[in-house]
Design a protein around this ligand. Structure first.
Ligand code: NAP
Length: 273
């Protein structure tokens, strides 16, 4: 576990602590639902692990609804769409008698993380954060750390041919640079269309570093621009950049709200008790 969690050290039964939010009669916390805020593979894995731990318990997995056909575990009730800010989420938590919130959203889903923290406070519930470890540079890496997309854009020299491994909603600062020729990869076509001079590849990231290196070599890439998402699934491009000796503009994660942070599904399950 990382971060501060003075009220609930690792391994404690965190739910028992907050069993009676807002003066409600105390019920057996393990009979009340768990809300998992998802949209990540870790959230799905957590749902499966919680289902094994509690075969009968109501588990709610919440998604924003950004992906048309998300991969979903069979083990939970799925709800899709925003809650209407922190207050809306707090109202949901109370209406559904949720006993525990696990924020397992993506490391860059900063708004939802803030809302989850505020809503759990409003509802008097404990919240746990599942956050996969970030990538760290190793020997052979040549990273320029930056804090945001705009800074990443400024870090690119004129004439660069960057591979923007960012997702279509994060490209707009780069579209204002007419002196670079980016390669952009995304799953669904961009709207509006990309500027002239850009190269678009419609595909998912590969988990094969050789395939990622072949792609970068074939397109004459000079820089990789990526966010520090962490995890194994999308690390291949970072390893491929190292193999090719390419500089990487690495966008740091937004800070997490204060509170308990767990890096693995096992750690979260262990902390719940
Ligand atoms: P965000 O900016 O932090 O959240 C924006 C709003 O989307 C939230 O205020 C909330 O709306 C709604 N929302 C986000 N996650 C939700 C969830 N799990 N369940 C219900 N509503 C949710 O989030 P984002 O970066 O757009 O990411 C959206 C979702 O995609 C997240 O679930 C995240 O785990 C997943 N995801 C994000 C990324 C990424 O790069 N950011 C990558 C992969 C997957 P209300 O205020 O109306 O409640």
């Amino acid at each position: 576990m990382r971060g501060s969690d003075a009220a609930a050290p690792p391994g404690s039964d965190v739910e028992a602590v907050d069993d009676a939010p807002h003066g409600r009669p105390a019920a057996d916390a393990t009979a009340r639902p768990v809300l998992v805020l998802g949209g990540t593979a870790e959230a799905n894995a957590l749902v499966k692990a919680l289902r094994q731990r509690w075969p009968e318990r109501r588990l709610i997995l919440s998604l924003a609804g950004r992906t048309r056909s998300p991969e979903l575990p069979e083990d939970a009730e799925i709800r899709i769409g925003g809650f209407g800010g922190a207050e809306g989420l707090a109202a949901f938590l109370l209406a559904e008698s949720v006993s525990l919130v696990v924020d397992a959203t993506h490391p860059f889903a900063a708004g939802m993380a803030r809302n989850a923290a505020r809503a759990a406070d409003l509802a008097g519930l404990r919240r746990l954060k599942l956050l996969r470890p970030e990538w760290c540079p190793v020997a052979g890496d040549c990273w320029t750390p930056v804090t945001c997309l705009a800074e990443a854009c400024r870090a690119l020299p004129a004439g660069a041919r960057p591979f923007l491994a960012l997702g279509r909603q994060h490209l707009s600062p780069f579209t204002r640079r007419s002196d670079i020729r980016p390669l952009a990869r995304m799953i669904e076509p961009p709207e509006p269309a990309l500027p002239a001079g850009w190269t678009l590849i419609l595909s998912r990231p590969s988990s094969d570093r050789c395939a990622e290196a072949d792609l970068m070599r074939a397109h004459g890439i000079t820089h990789l621009v990526t966010r520090n998402a962490g995890g194994a699934a999308s690390y291949a491009k970072v390893a491929a950049a190292r193999d090719l000796g390419l500089p990487v503009i690495m966008i740091a994660r937004p800070p997490s709200p204060a509170g308990a942070v767990f890096e693995t599904v096992e750690d979260v399950v262990g902390a719940i008790g």
